[in-house]
Design a protein around this ligand. Structure first.
Ligand code: DAK
Length: 255
């Protein structure tokens, strides 16, 4: 197994562990990841942390050794499968945090971009270098990077394939924080900033924001109105507002 699923306190932690290939995403790893996401979805974890094993890499991308020599149909099928696996992160009941502990290139950065949040160690190096291989990103990079950092910066990063260091990544909004110490512990600390709230409201808020750029402002506002209405019907909303009025801490039950 190249993927380990563990529990740290109330959090699920996925560790990519193919250190001999800098945790590159082979087809087998992607299949394992899909299964592990299902396990996380069925668990009571308050958030998911994803990291890489070893001192060097979060994930050095798709496994380059597997990328050539396949038919058009096979390539198209595989790229669609990889996209679907990463898109699953948006449908998990809980938010996800990429704890970027080293290199995050190509598919590795795309995995991090598919997470709700990203935290990087000060020495992390990130980029979408596919252009140097005569390729372009295939696991969502051309779509999620501009949503994170804007079209101008995304075009520059993708067309040059250049490496971005942690400080720049923070400045341009590619990562949310730089880890002070162990990246998984930093990600857990970050997740504690939201993990006590009710999962339904967290999920609805994430969905509303994630869908914002897919629609016009008018349509987006309609989506927000619908999701806001859904949130207002939960028991957690009842509890949150009662607790406020009774000047006590709310006890959310994820209902
Ligand atoms: N795939 C396979 N093996 C990799 C790898 C990768 N992405 N990255 C590193 N490795 C392997 C190396 O080959 C080496 O193995 P051995 O030669 O020792 O057997 C081992 O990991 C250690 O790597 P290095 O010796 O190179 O380590 P360094 O510290 O010197 O350099 C590095 C670290 C991260 C700078 C370097 O390894 C590197 O540049 N790696 C490649 C990074 C990269 O270009 N990543 C983007 C991959 S492209 C598609 C689906 C998806 C995609 C495209 C198409 N379809 C289904 C159509 C997406 C593509 C990508 O993600």
């Amino acid at each position: 197994m190249s993927i380990h699923l563990t529990r740290q306190h109330e959090f699920a932690v996925i560790t990519l562990d193919r250190q001999e290939a800098l945790n590159a995403l082979s087809a087998a790893v992607l299949r394992e990841l899909a299964q592990v996401f299902d396990q996380v979805a069925a668990s009571d974890a308050r958030a998911l942390i994803i990291t890489g094993a070893g001192p060097k890499a979060f994930c050095a991308g798709a496994d380059i050794k597997e990328l050539s020599g396949r038919s058009l149909t096979e390539q198209r099928r595989d790229v669609a499968f990889g996209q679907a696996v990463l898109a699953r992160l948006d449908t998990l009941p809980m938010a996800s945090v990429a704890a970027i502990n080293g290199y995050a290139f190509g598919g590795g950065l795309e995995l991090a971009l598919a997470c709700t949040f990203r935290i990087a160690v000060p020495t992390a190096k990130m980029g979408l270098p596919e252009i140097k291989l005569g390729l372009i990103p295939g696991y969502g990079g051309t779509q999620r990077l501009p949503r994170a950092v804007g079209e101008a910066r995304a075009l520059e990063m993708i067309l040059s394939g250049r490496t971005v260091e942690a400080e720049e990544a923070l400045r341009i909004g590619l990562v949310h924080r730089i880890a002070d110490g162990d990246p998984v512990q930093a990600a857990i600390g970050f997740a504690r900033g939201f993990s006590g709230f009710g999962l339904p409201a967290l999920r609805l808020a994430r969905d509303a924001v994630k869908r914002a750029l897919d629609f016009s402002l008018h349509e987006g506002l309609n989506i927000e109105a619908d999701l806001n209405t859904l949130a207002s019907q939960t028991q957690d909303a009842e509890e949150g507002m009662s607790a406020f009025m009774q000047k006590r801490k709310p006890r959310f039950k994820d209902r």
